[in-house]
Design a protein around this ligand. Structure first.
Ligand code: ADP
Ligand code: MG
Length: 258
């Protein structure tokens, strides 16, 4: 955790918690695979022997517990809330793990949402976390911005899909990150291509992407291009994302470990 990033919004970590590095995952809009990328990054760091946590800050669209097959309610002690452990030992906290019915919509206003995220940071007892990944709300509006300001992020990763105006998404994220003095660690293109399981040929179904050019333009690395893959969708649906065969983000993991 970067101690210099304290600002008027920042809240203290629970005294029983220890979190070394906090990485935010952002996107321009919902549905582009932000939660998938968050999960895959957590999975690879866990596979590489680190203590890993996911803070699901996407309060109105929480989907992390589902892809890990987790249900609440999360436990609590007098000291605070306890994260729920995934099968492979990733510590997870999400609003879905607190609702009695995970299909209940969260219809809270911005300040309450931001307050909840702050509580996930300060009132959950995170235990010896090397890498915490934060699934942030999509966009650069008021709620994501406040969430962004509430957590001591060490860096962010921007996820986009080829159908988007990637240039604009990235430009906004870069500006937001600069304003907050937080480095952009890289870009991810999700749903980048489709690889035919029979013949192995690659199809850019959403057209040619300009992600490489955008990455170069802003001087940030393109971390990964993830294909549209029915197996990935199925693993998320069944709560088995930890069984993913590929080691996506392995190169990025090595960079984080330096
Ligand atoms: P976001 O968090 O940005 O709203 P999600 O990560 O929840 O997006 O992804 C939206 C949906 O698309 C989920 O059902 C997920 O399983 C599916 N999905 C995301 N990326 C892929 C992919 N590369 N291949 C197949 N399905 C995907
Ligand atoms: Mg999501």
């Amino acid at each position: 955790m970067n101690a210099d990033k304290k600002n008027e919004f920042s809240v203290e970590l629970h005294e029983k918690s220890s979190v070394k590095k906090v990485i935010g995952v952002v996107s321009g809009k919902g549905g582009v695979g932000k939660s998938l990328v968050t999960s895959l990054m957590a999975v690879i760091m866990q596979r590489r022997g680190h203590q890993v946590a996911i803070l699901d800050a996407d309060i109105t669209g929480p989907s992390i517990p589902k892809s890990f097959g987790l249900k609440g309610p999360a436990g609590a002690t007098e000291e605070g809330l306890l994260p729920v452990m995934s099968k492979s030992g990733i510590q997870i906290m999400s609003v879905n793990l607190l609702l009695s019915d995970a299909t209940d919509p969260v219809v809270w206003r911005g300040p309450i949402i931001a307050g909840t995220v702050k509580q996930f940071w300060s009132e959950v007892i995170w235990e010896d976390v090397d890498y915490m990944f934060v699934d942030l709300p999509p966009g650069t509006g008021d709620v994501p911005l406040t969430v962004f300001q509430s957590l001591p992020l060490d860096g962010i990763v921007v996820v986009a899909s080829p159908q988007e105006l990637v240039n604009m998404v990235v430009a906004k994220a870069v500006k937001m990150a600069q304003k907050m003095n937080i480095p952009i660690l890289g870009l991810v293109e999700n749903m980048s291509y489709f690889k035919c399981p029979d013949c192995g040929s690659v199809h850019e179904i959403f057209g040619k992407s300009n992600m490489e050019a955008v990455a170069e333009q802003y001087g940030v690395p393109l971390l990964e291009k993830i294909p549209v893959d029915p197996i990935i969708a199925d693993l998320c649906d069944k709560g088995l994302i930890e069984m993913v065969k590929e080691n996506w983000f392995e190169e990025f993991a090595k960079v984080l470990e330096k």
